[in-house]
Design a binder for this molecule. Structure first.
Ligand SMILES: Cc1ncc(COP(=O)(O)O)c(C=O)c1O
Length: 462
């Protein structure tokens, strides 16, 4: 039951297809989550019986952690973003919000729901930063820009200074999308405190989680007043839906472990793929009617209890990311998207870019049923989703499209063991080396030369 059935890799045979030669088969009994979500424990549920935990505030945790004066928990990251936009409408009459070309589809949906316009700016070809020349041109040529959404994707802080300069010249608000980056640091400041407003996601798989949730943060006093007024105006109580969320959080505790995760993650994918719902299989199909209601004290208390583990988990994620980087960075034909020198990323997963889509497809195929937590961020550039066509104008986004077509993500989940990590590295190396017509590598387990953070590294061999 379970376990990876690994084929020997030591002898290169060009007649054998690469994904026939790597670890491709795992039973349904072991699936590692594709991102580093924090697991929950029975003691988290029990500890909310303690009065001090029930009375504690997840909002205070965020304020302390980020050193920010204002934090509000919301139904989701999307709800947080939407509330910020509704609040901004009271501070400016401008109507256009700039987003990067590679972004969660919920972001333009929230802009649309707030009756604002979406403008897309392409990113760079080999990282998640805006193409700054395009961003500058967009801002210079349009007096209607209300805000720029700076997305710290994959826990990697964007080059914020440049965005700030462009926005500052035109009095444009900056909203940081920190959905994937709680704990990341840019120039000695935590992300979420760099711009005018920011939002975090507490959704499953996003690090700290209460199954579904979000947080708004702002340093602006005028901003926090508007946010409070907006919450008062549009956020309601929905007892039934919240009860369901508590049950789902309980289900998350049970299923968020490699032995059971297949049922919660892969089975729905298999179902939607079978029904032809490719975007639903990738959980990239959303509607504009996302809920906004309040979050119960129970879920907030569980978030509070888990908060104490956050930094330790982030350290472990970074160690795993370092191992991938150390082993994969010199391979011809691939590039890892990593932090800039002034940033410290959290890496809930690491993004690997191939220089051509065929290699990338081979990698996806090789990992499809591996259970090793290899996945992708978004299937396409935000301009290419058919169901968003009415909302997102058909702006040319060649780089967003390139990244969408050429990347895979490598998990840094707490459940990823050394042998799993080594299998991922072996598989990627063999795919790329066969493509480059070089001899394949023997499995990493047999050629250990170094240790970082308890994980083996191979530094030689070409
Ligand atoms: C970059 C980014 N922004 C926004 C969101 C929306 O957050 P939530 O799922 O909490 O609504 C997500 C979630 O997938 C995301 O990854």
């Amino acid at each position: 039951m379970g376990g990876i059935l690994k084929r020997p890799l030591s002898v290169f045979d060009p007649k054998v297809e690469v994904f026939d030669r790597v670890c491709t088969k795992v039973t349904i009994f072991r699936e590692i989550p594709p991102t580093a979500g924090l697991p929950l424990y029975a003691k988290d549920f029990l500890s909310i019986c303690l009065k001090k935990n029930r009375q504690s505030s997840l909002e205070e945790d965020f304020k302390d952690y980020l050193n920010a004066p204002y934090a509000k928990v919301t139904y989701s990251g999307t709800a947080a973003f939407y509330i910020i936009l509704e609040g901004l409408k009271g501070l400016s009459s401008k109507k256009t919000v700039i987003i990067p070309s590679f972004i969660c589809p919920l972001v333009p949906l929230a802009i649309h729901r707030a009756s604002l316009r979406v403008a897309v700016c392409d990113i760079n070809k080999d990282n998640f930063n805006f193409d700054l020349r395009k961003l500058q041109a967009l801002c210079l040529n349009n007096d209607d820009i209300l805000a720029i959404v700076a997305v710290h994707l994959g826990g990697i802080p964007v080059d914020f200074e440049e965005i700030k300069q462009i926005a500052g010249n035109k009095e444009i608000f900056i909203i940081e999308d920190c959905a994937q980056s709680l704990g990341a640091v840019y120039k000695d400041k935590k992300v979420g405190t760099l711009g005018d407003f920011s939002f975090f996601s507490l959704c499953r798989g996003k690090g700290l989680t209460i199954y579904e949730g979000g947080v708004i943060v702002t340093k602006k006093e005028s901003g926090s007043v508007k946010i409070d007024a907006t919450i008062e105006r549009i956020v309601n109580t929905d007892f039934l839906s919240e009860t369901l969320k508590i049950l789902e959080l309980f289900g998350y505790w049970i299923f968020y472990r490699p032995e059971l995760f297949w049922w919660a993650f892969r089975l729905p994918q298999v179902f939607w793929d079978w029904r032809g719902g490719h975007l639903r299989a990738l959980t990239e199909y959303f509607t504009v009617g996302f809920p906004l209601h309040k979050i119960s004290r129970i879920r907030k208390s569980i978030g509070h209890v888990a908060f104490a583990r956050l930094d330790k988990e982030l350290d472990k994620q970074r160690q795993k990311a370092s191992s991938y980087i150390e082993n994969l960075r010199d391979i011809p034909g691939v590039k890892l998207i990593t932090e800039s020198p002034e940033a410290k990323a959290t890496y809930p997963y690491l993004t690997l870019l191939f220089n051509d889509p065929i290699k990338c497809e081979k990698a996806k195929e090789a990992f499809r049923n591996s259970g090793l937590g290899v996945f992708q961020i978004y299937a396409m550039a935000i301009t290419d989703y058919d169901y968003l066509k009415r909302i997102v104008k058909n702006t040319d986004s060649p780089n967003g499209r390139f990244i969408a077509q050429n990347h895979i993500t490598l998990t840094t989940s707490t459940f990823l063991k050394d042998k799993d990590l080594n299998s991922v590295i072996d598989t990627v190396r063999n795919i790329t080396y066969q493509e480059n017509r070089l001899p394949a590598f023997p499995p990493l387990a047999e050629s250990t030369v170094g240790v970082i953070g308890g994980i083996r590294h191979r530094r030689d061999r070409r």
